[in-house]
Design a protein around this ligand. Structure first.
Ligand code: 5GP
Length: 126
């Protein structure tokens, strides 16, 4: 079954300029902005501009140019927010939720970059 993208999701509206965002970085194929309900001192969402639902959708169907742009943008966001290892940062956690089992709220692929504090263990047991 093909990936089904709902263009009424909130991040699609952000990309169309219908609702505002606090932009951290914008490139040809990628937008990064602060999460509206941050769970850490650094909490940035990085999204491709293309219509992809999840990481596996993006990894399957995005062009090489989109994937390279997204990956490099991720590194730039880490630098800009001061979490980059090797540049004085203390590291970060990146999370990409997908679908019902991944507890994905917004069905447009996004990578969370969380940092600025110790993030605790990766998963709870529930
Ligand atoms: P998910 O659970 O889908 O991985 O994460 C969705 C994230 O999007 C949540 O952390 C939530 O706070 C964030 N979010 C939801 N609506 C908005 C919005 O309108 N603007 C911004 N900047 N973040 C949002």
């Amino acid at each position: 079954m093909p990936f089904a993208y709902d263009d009424q999701n909130i991040f699609a509206k952000i990309l169309r300029g219908e609702i505002p965002n606090d932009t951290v970085l914008e490139t040809e194929h990628t937008l990064a902005f602060n999460d509206i309900q941050p769970q850490a001192p650094v909490h940035v969402l990085i999204i491709p501009k293309g219509a992809y639902v999840s990481h596996d959708h993006f990894a399957t169907e995005a062009s090489d140019a989109e994937i390279v742009d997204f990956t490099r943008a991720t590194a730039e966001v880490c630098r800009k927010t001061g979490v980059t290892l090797g540049e004085g940062g203390e590291g970060f956690r990146s999370i990409a939720n997908a679908g019902a089992h991944g507890v994905q709220e917004v069905p447009h692929y996004h990578l969370h970059i969380l940092g600025g504090r110790h993030m605790g263990r990766m998963l709870s047991k529930d």
